[in-house]
Design a protein around this ligand. Structure first.
Ligand SMILES: [Zn+2]
Length: 305
């Protein structure tokens, strides 16, 4: 299998989840062996940052790439779509510091990649082949990762929330043929109690229900519902809690949260610098643990072929 890039460049504009600022992302073809690179064009001093785990900054609510003083936040869903579509080389330019959240999934990126098409290049693909079983526990998060040698990339993901509306769920991706339909559309999620303090401080802008599933694990009074409906600029009369969700949408899959965590992992693990080949069993993944694990694999004496 040869390396790949995209046939044509494309742009997506949207708001960052955390900054709220409008950013335009320009995804462009790149030559062989360049990998996935990010570059901010809104800075006087323009540097190109390879999306690798030794350059990870803040990970509390997404994966941030950081080189010196320049950072690009929330790269994980775009990284996931690139990895899911098995694209080796692209240059991503942004005129701001955060990749737009759009609908909270990888689907908008995937659709653009499918639309412009994939170009095969003239050198064989380089991969990180896992040649022996590896076990990694991340001490402060309780996340556990196991990899076994395999002839392809596959993921088995378990999440376990001490919460009745999500609880323990499993999601599986046997190979990349399942990525576009089964994983990419799955949206990010939060619990209402996590964002309530931010709502009070006015740090979450309206429309946030369009880019995340908001789970509610307690009963809300009609008055509380009305108040939240107003904050989120929703039609208060149809605003509801259904299937544990504060939303006017339903889950795409009963285990959509586990599938989204798998989606995030597909993006974060690509930060080993090459497509990894192995069967990954992951328990309670999160950006902090995922990127620490990716860094561990980068430093492991691994075969790059
Ligand atoms: Zn995510």
């Amino acid at each position: 299998m040869n390396q790949t890039t995209i046939k044509k460049a494309f742009r997506i504009s949207g708001h960052g989840l955390h900054t709220g600022r409008m950013v335009t992302v320009h995804v462009q073809p790149a030559p062989v062996n360049s990998g996935i690179m990010f570059r901010r064009t809104d800075r006087l001093f323009v540097i190109t940052q390879p999306a690798t785990a030794d350059r990870v900054g803040e990970t509390s609510r997404g994966t941030t790439l950081k080189t010196g003083l320049q950072s690009v936040a929330t790269i994980e869903h775009l990284m996931s779509a690139l990895h899911g579509m098995q694209i080796d080389n692209v240059l991503i330019e942004l005129d701001g510091g955060e990749v737009p959240i759009i609908d909270g999934s990888a689907r908008p990126w995937l659709e653009q990649l499918q639309r412009v098409g994939i170009e095969e290049q003239e050198q064989p693909r380089r991969v990180m082949k896992i040649s022996e079983p590896i076990h990694f526990e991340h001490p402060s998060t309780g996340s556990v990762f196991d990899v076994e040698p395999s002839d392809k990339f596959s993921v088995d993901c378990i999440i376990d929330f001490n919460d009745s509306v999500i609880g323990r769920q499993e999601a599986v991706m046997n190979d990349f043929s399942e990525y576009a339909a089964e994983i990419a559309p799955c949206r990010t999620f939060v619990f209402l109690h996590e964002i309530e303090p931010l709502l009070h401080l006015n740090l979450i802008k309206g429309g946030s229900l369009d880019n995340a599933l908001v789970f509610v694990s307690k009963d809300l009074s009609p008055r509380q519902l009305r108040r939240l409906g107003k904050i989120f600029h929703k039609d208060v009369s149809s605003f509801r809690v259904h299937d544990g969700l504060l939303n006017t949408t339903d889950r795409y899959f009963p285990n959509e949260p586990a599938r989204h965590k798998l989606l995030d992992f597909v993006g974060d693990i690509r930060m080993v610098g090459f497509p990894p080949i192995g069967h990954f069993k992951i328990f309670k993944p999160g950006h902090r643990a995922n990127t620490a694990f990716a860094k561990y694999l980068m430093e492991y004496n691994m075969n790059i072929k």
